[in-house]
Each structure stands twice: as C-alpha cells, then as structure tokens.
Write a protein that binds this ligand. Structure first.
Ligand code: G6Q
Length: 548
C-alpha cells in the first residue's frame, strides 16, 4: 500500500486511471454489452437485501480494478477502521465520527475517550421509546388535559432534513391519528403555515438543535413558545408542549424546557448524520419504537457490510468509487438521484445535504488546496415526474449526468397496474440512457431526414439501478447508510474532511452583522461594498414606507 501522504494525483492508480480513461474514452455501452453477453449479470451485487446493477456504467473490469487499487492506495480500509473505532477523524473539529455507534446493537461496544458509548445510546433510545409510546397512546396529555394530536419538529439542516425525509418516506407506517409538521425556515411563513389550523392545546413541539443556539431554530422556538402561551395563558404549559433534542443542556434549560423533557446526543454525531439519534424523535413517534429499531437495524446492516465486505463487492465502496471515476476522469459535475417511489420525494433533498455539505471542500485534511474536483452536485426528483421535466437534458443534452435509479419490487399501495407501469419506467430509462437510438434506427422508422439528428439518442449515459423489495423502515436505513458510506469513500479518496462544514459560517456571521443595520432606527453607518450597502438602503427605504 502506498502511504496516503502521497498526493492523490501522484498515486500510481490515479495515473493509471488517467491513462485508462483516455483509452476507454467514449467506448459505448452498446459495445461493452455486445462484447460480454454476461455483463448484465456479472456487474451486479446482491447484498443485505439490496441489489445494485452497475453494469450500465462506463467501466470495464480494468476500470473497476484500478478504482479498487485507488481505494487501497488511499488507505480506505484504514480510514474505515479509524471511523468505526472512534478515532478523531474529523480533524478540523477534533471529533470522532460515530454515527455508526447510534445503530450499534445493544450489548456491543464502541469506546470513545475510554468509555463505551453503546449503553448510553440505548438509554436514550429507551427514554425516547417511553415518550413516543406515551404520545401515541394518549397517556401524555397537553396542559389542558387534551390529547396531543399535532407534532411539530422545529430544527434546520441536519436537525430537519432527516426527520422530514424519514417522515415522508415512512408515512405508510405512521400513526395517522397524529399530524406531523416540520418548521425550519426563519421565514415566518414556515411557522405561520405549519400552525395556522392547529389547536395549541393539542400541539407538541420538538425543538431539535445540537447546539441550541442556531438562529433559525431558536427564533422559531421562541415564536412557538409565544404562540402556545398566548393561548394557554400559563408558562407552566411549556412543560407539556415542548421537548428538546440537543447536546446543550444549559441552553435547553435556559429556554424553559425541563431536563426531564430533553433527549441528548453527543458531539461525535454530525448534524447531517443524526437522523438515527434522538433527532429522529418525530420519526419514532410517527412509526413507533419498534419501527424505529427496524430503521436502525437497516443502518447497522449496511455498516457491517461496509466494514467487512471486500471492496469489489462492497455496495457503498463501489458507488463511491464510481462517483470518483465520473467526477475526476470523465468530467461529470452532477449526479442525479431518481427514486421511483413517491414516499421518497424528499430523499434527494436529504442527500443534497449529506453529500454536498460533506464533500464540498476545496482543501485536503492537511489544509492544502486540492488540484482535482471534489464533491459533485447531487440533485433529483421522484420518477416518473422527472421524466416529464428534466430528463430531456439527461438524454440529449451535452452534459454527462450519471444517475442512480431507485425502485422497489413491491408497492406499498398496489393499485391496479400502477406498479408495473412505474417499474417499467425504471428499466426503460436505464435502457434508453445506456443504449440510446442511432441515426440508422431513427431513419428506419421513416423519420424525415431533417428530423433525424433531433431524434437521435447518443446513449452511453450511465446509471446505477438500485432495487429493494419494499420500502420498509429497515430498507430506508439501508439506503441512507449506503449513501453515507459512499460519501465517506469519496471523501477518503479526495483526502478531505467530510465531517466539518466551515462553509456555512461566513454567511451566518455576515447576516448577524446586517440584522442591526436593518433594524436600527437611525441611519446606520454602512461599511459594506457598494452593492450590499445599496441593497440594505433599498430594503430600509421600503420598510420605512411600509411603517409610515
Ligand atoms: C449538519 C450541519 C448543519 C446543522 C444545522 C443545525 O451537518 O452541521 O446542517 O445540522 O446548522 O444545527 P443545530 O442542530 O445545532 O441547530
């Protein structure tokens, strides 16, 4: 193994991949399939209840060998072990990265700073379960004695996207006597719309914030407290209508939430890796404690697969390496994630944070500017809706956009032939993207000569097709963990810190500076650039007109 200190672009496998990519060039998938009739069966993996068909990628056996070599030369094995062991691999924040401990089975051991954290993880899960059961059964009553009917999660970023995605994804399993809403935006509209038809006496707020200092969340939480107490009249009502999920007990109690109503987690859980911690309290209330444990079991199954499977047969490793191949050697800038399941409508949005906040970095762990591309842009929408909007560009545009198509063998809502129609589109899109339609084929259909170029599909557009049996809590856990570890694989190759997020800081600081300039009575002494100064003046002028 080459020391990971060797800069990425100097690693032998990297150089070999560069040469190989020139040689492989535009060899079409049509040819790769024609040359190997077993390709479709060979380049597929069934593992832990997921099956990945990666045969429609622009790779040969040699490409895959070289990518695995790259993983080895980048010490992926060592990095995986370091993460699972609890080493402080988030170097810029000097933190361990142990979301895997959140789903470690009871009785196992993960030691952080000399202490086994698994018992603590399960102690919190048990308290969450007691609370979730009390809400679900109605034994937990609101201040006036009414049952809780509405659960509102207040959080943002990692304290919102996981809960909202999981709620939507697992709605089928959700207790339908409860309404779930999610407030994240500091735009007052979010709170106003989430609460306009609700009775405060029946409403529970879960304030999710790792730090309990986040501007958006604390602003919404204060607004929620005012909304509640304006109606219920007594400050004491807060105890029955607010719970908090945080690592910051001091701020939680200062806000007025009793310690008994606080669910903790730890600094070794990153926000975007926290949906399976107490941040998932709304998920647990929705699907029940046993459903939540199934979700955790799904995460854990992929953790074990990632930790132990050889790289050649390792789902997240392969997906991560294929992304590196497209981004660094074939020039792809984006990856589309296209779930063919309506319940997964928020999955691409969730993945945007997971992937882009993790790998949108321009320096290595050592702080040196990278001389290669890092995290691609992830985006997507559920199929088949996307087919009637942006797929045109994927099929016939000028960009290379690798796609992950996600489908299920069985529908949770089997209505007529809907599911066959849905799944036929998964297979047809992957087929069309890979093999396209040649000019000869278009002509043979009797197309007018002038239209032939417009109707040609060049093909050679790569896809992964990921299938599972049914969308269950366990399968959702597997899908999320799959992308978590794919992101880790990519970040390891690029040598970046996938677990910090300094890039969100500057805007926050500048906004903090501008708030008083928008609110001050007298004319503020603006010291920004001329554009920012002018924008602030225009806003203030309009505000003045409104209040006069
Ligand atoms: C995620 C990020 C970020 C974070 C939010 C909310 O990895 O750190 O999205 O989750 O800024 O932070 P709090 O949970 O501290 O409110």
């Amino acid at each position: 193994m080459t020391s990971p200190i060797v800069p990425l672009a100097l690693r032998p496998s990297w150089k070999a991949l560069e040469a190989h990519s020139k040689k492989l060039g535009d060899v079409p998938l049509r040819k790769l399939f024609a040359d190997d009739p077993t390709r479709g069966e060979r380049l597929a993996i069934d593992a832990v209840g997921l099956s990945l068909d990666y045969s429609k990628n622009r790779v040969t056996d040699e490409t895959l060998d070289l990518l695995v070599k790259l993983a080895n030369e980048s010490d992926l094995r060592g990095r995986i072990d370091a993460m699972f062991r609890g080493d402080k691999i988030n170097v810029t924040e000097n933190r361990a990265v142990l979301h895997t401990a959140l789903r470690a089975p009871r009785g196992t051991s993960v030691v952080v700073d000399g202490e086994n954290v698994v018992p603590e993880v399960h102690a919190v899960l048990d308290r969450m379960a007691t609370f979730a059961d009390a809400i679900r059964s109605g034994t937990w009553k609101g201040f006036t004695g009414k049952r809780i009917r509405n659960v509102i999660n207040i959080g943002i970023g990692g304290s919102d996207l996981g809960p909202v995605m999981a709620y939507e994804a697992l709605k089928f399993y959700s207790d339908r006597s409860l309404n779930f809403r999610f407030v994240s935006n500091v735009d007052g509209t979010d709170f106003a719309e989430a609460t306009h038809d609700l009775d405060p006496a029946e409403t529970l707020f879960i304030v999710c914030s790792k730090t309990f200092t986040t501007l958006e969340t604390m602003t919404n939480a204060r607004t929620a407290r005012n909304w509640l107490t304006a109606d219920l009249k007594y400050e004491e009502s807060i105890a029955k209508h607010f719970v908090a999920v945080s690592t910051n007990e001091k701020e939680v109690t200062k806000f007025g939430v009793d310690r008994a109503n606080m669910f903790g987690f730890w600094d070794w859980v990153g926000g975007r890796y926290s949906m399976d911690s107490a941040i998932g309290l709304s998920t647990m209330i929705a699907i029940g404690p046993s459903g939540f444990r199934e979700l955790l079991a799904g995460f854990h199954a992929i953790d074990e697969h990632f930790r132990t499977a050889p790289f050649e047969r390792n789902l997240p490793v392969l997906m991560g390496l294929l992304t590196v191949w497209y981004v660094n050697f074939l020039g792809a800038e984006t990856i589309a994630v296209l779930p063919y399941d309506q319940y997964l409508k928020r999955f691409p949005a969730y993945l945007q944070q997971l992937t882009m906040e993790s790998n949108g970095k321009h320096v290595t762990l050592a702080g040196e500017r990278v001389n290669y591309q890092t995290g691609p842009i992830y985006w997507g929408e559920p199929g088949t809706n996307g087919q009637h909007s942006f797929y045109q560009l994927i099929h016939q545009g000028t960009r290379l956009i690798p796609c992950d198509l996600i489908g299920f063998r069985r529908s949770l809502n089997p209505l007529g032939n809907h599911h066959d129609l849905l799944m036929s589109n998964v297979f047809a899109q992957a087929e069309a993207l890979a093999f396209g339609k040649t000019a000869d084929e278009v002509k043979a259909e009797g197309t007018a000569e002038s239209l032939v170029p417009h109707r040609v599909f060049e093909g050679n557009r790569p896809t992964n097709v990921l299938l599972a049996d049914r969308l269950t809590p366990e399968v959702l856990g597997k899908l999320v963990a799959l992308y978590e570890h794919s992101v880790f694989t990519q970040g390891t190759i690029w040598g970046i810190d996938s677990f910090d997020q300094w890039g969100v800081e500057l805007g926050k600081v500048l906004a903090g500076r501008i708030v008083p300039e928008l609110e001050s009575k007298g004319e503020p002494d603006l010291k920004h650039d001329s554009s920012t100064n002018a924008l602030i003046r225009r806003y203030r002028a309009a505000k003045g007109e409104r209040s006069s």
